[in-house]
Design a protein. Structure first.
Lengths: 334, 234
């Protein structure tokens, strides 16, 4: 990787702002001025920033069109939970073992998503536009159904007398969901990973890799003619975005403490598309502000018991953006 | 240097190029001329690997390259400057140039090459902070050629570089092609502006509906009455 000339966008103000907000909220939480519920909203805001910024890498900066982010999130969530909950019941350990183990599990979830992104990307990134959108949408539904069918797999292993393996897979829970996940995610870790995501993606965009992605966004045939191995670079952006979505999913699972395949349906993917388009394609600030504020505002719906209106509000937001501000709220960084 | 033997290109059932053979030797400019739809662009696309020929051989420096993917063909030193130029509109001029450099192994020489490109195209130096999409047509063509130089092209495939340019600008583009050639870079020049192309070329081939109908030195072609009537608009 090589630093390149040209404009550099810095997010120092974001890092500082997020750390201060995190500190204030933890402080208020500790003295019970804010309930755990509000702390959780803040953590969801952070996770949605991770998800939207990473989606921006695919749909914004590389110029592809993926609706598959929920699938990456699911892989990250389930993989990390398999480690923390099924293989090792880490909630019973002393805290100084738990923390590094939790971190490693989150990263393994990220790498599982990275691998999925890279492998799935090989065939599907040959598609463009609508076709890629449809296949990534299908990926979400396939992933969701596959998780729901985990009991079948357990049964199969049972019949093959692989009892131990069968028991482990049984615990993924299929249609029952996976419960007793330890609530390891806290404000510190969500802030930490949010900053790490923005920092690394911004660094990548300012490297020679980033310039190649931007070139692909502008004209992938021309990039190919300049010697870019386009399938490698597209796969890489897909996989790196998948990594962070997997990390987001792992963090998310360890807040909810119970995950179900239906948490990761295509509506979840649409949610991130809404944040992305509202903030503006190819703008990291846009993703941060839109994901953060919309998460908060839509959570207010829950308070007034109008949660089912989400599905009316998302398309409404999309329609309004398309008419009033097709470029999104923020101008693009590059 | 480049040898094309019995090249055939099909789009579904339509034969766009029918069994053509030609050659570009070291440090020469070879013009590939012909009317619209005669198969010039298709031939270039096959050489750079963007489409697979359905028959024939493409040999570059003794190596058969038909089966290679485009990015590996670039690495061998064949750079295709497409019709419409393929500028990255949302990258700055300097970034457009640098991107070609990243993909090379010898990054140390990049600075030097950049200076060289700026020597040839001083206007690009002035515009280096501007976005590619904001350049005029002539400047974009210069940028596209500059980018090919940054990629260390040994053989540059130029698809209608004068298309849509004012005559004076087109003139200076031809001038530059000729200068670059003097540095030892070979060029396969596709043009509809046959007159101008033959002025700077060493050799010419004329395509008609996918077949080579004339093949001679540029001088002979430019002097041939039949060709002047049919292709040079006299
Ligand atoms: N992608 C394509 N699909 C189908 N036919 C094509 C395609 N590209 C070119 N052709 C056809 O191939 C023939 C040669 O086209 P082309 O190589 O672009 O000619 P030129 O560059 O000399 O104008 C034309 O008849 C054109 O219609
Ligand atoms: Mg053409």
């Amino acid at each position: 990787m090589k630093e390149v000339s040209g404009k550099k966008v810095s997010y120092v103000y974001f890092y500082i702002g997020l750390i201060i907000t995190g500190l204030v909220i933890s402080f208020l939480g500790r003295f019970q001025i804010l309930s755990r519920y509000y702390l959780q909203i803040f953590m969801f805001m952070c996770i949605n920033i991770i998800m939207t910024v990473s989606l921006n890498l695919i749909n914004g900066f590389t110029g592809e069109f993926s609706i598959g982010h929920a699938a990456f999130m699911a892989i990250g969530a389930y993989t990390s939970c398999i480690f923390t909950t099924i293989l090792f019941s880490s909630s019973k350990w002393p805290p100084y073992y738990q923390i590094p183990f939790f971190l490693i599990s989150i990263l393994i979830g990220g790498f599982a998503s990275f691998a999925l992104g890279y492998i799935i990307g090989l065939p599907i990134l040959r598609l463009k536009g609508d076709y890629l959108a449809i296949v990534t949408l299908a990926l979400v539904e396939v992933m969701r159904s596959a998780i729901k069918l985990s009991d079948e797999l357990a049964g199969l292993f049972q019949r093959m007398h692989l009892t131990r393996l069968s028991q482990i897979i049984q615990q993924i829970g299929g249609p029952r969901g996976l419960s007793s996940v330890p609530g390891f995610t806290n404000i510190f870790w969500t802030v930490f990973f949010t900053i790490l995501t923005v920092f690394i993606i911004n660094r990548l965009l300012n490297s020679s890799y980033g310039r190649v992605w931007l070139a692909l966004r502008d004209d992938d045939i021309a990039a190919e003619m300049m010697g870019v191995n386009i399938s490698f670079y597209k796969n890489l952006s897909f996989a790196i975005a998948g990594f962070w979505a997997g990390v987001g999913g792992g963090l998310y699972a360890h807040i909810l403490r119970y995950i179900h395949a239906d948490n990761f349906n295509f509506i979840k993917s649409i949610e991130y598309l809404v944040y992305l388009y509202l903030g503006g394609m190819s703008s990291i600030w846009g993703s941060i502000i839109a994901a953060g504020s919309l998460t908060f505002l839509l959570e207010l719906l829950r308070i007034v018991n109008m949660q089912q209106w989400r599905l009316v509000i998302y398309p409404l937001i999309l329609i309004i953006i398309m008419i009033k501000k097709p470029e999104g709220l923020f101008k693009r960084d590059f | 240097m480049l040898k094309v033997e019995n090249l055939t290109i099909k789009y579904n059932h339509i034969q766009a190029v029918k069994n053509i053979s030609f050659e570009v030797s070291q440090a020469k400019i070879v013009a590939l001329l012909g009317a619209n739809g005669s198969g010039k662009s298709s031939t270039l696309r096959a050489i750079s690997g963007l489409i697979r020929p359905s028959g024939g051989k493409i040999i570059f420096n003794g190596k058969e390259i038909n089966e290679l993917p485009p990015h590996e063909i670039v690495r061998l030193g064949i750079i295709h400057v497409p019709e419409g130029r393929g500028i990255f509109a949302n990258l700055k001029v300097i970034e457009n140039l640098e991107i070609a450099g990243y993909l090379r192994k010898d990054r140390k020489k990049m600075k030097k090459d950049l200076e060289h490109v700026f020597d040839i195209f001083p206007i690009l130096k002035q515009r280096q902070k501007q976005y590619g999409g904001t350049l005029s047509g002539g400047e974009q063509q210069m940028l596209a050629i500059g980018r090919a130089l940054m990629a260390r092209g040994k053989l540059i495939l130029l698809d209608e570089p004068s298309l849509g340019l004012a005559p004076k600008i087109a003139e200076s583009i031809f001038q530059i092609i000729s200068e670059i050639n003097n540095e030892g870079i070979s060029t396969l020049l596709v043009e509809q502006n046959a007159q101008k192309a033959l002025e700077i070329a060493d050799h010419g081939y004329i395509l008609e509906t996918g077949r080579i109908v004339f093949n001679d030195s540029a001088k002979e072609l430019a002097g041939n009455q039949k060709i002047r009537k049919a292709y040079l608009g006299e």
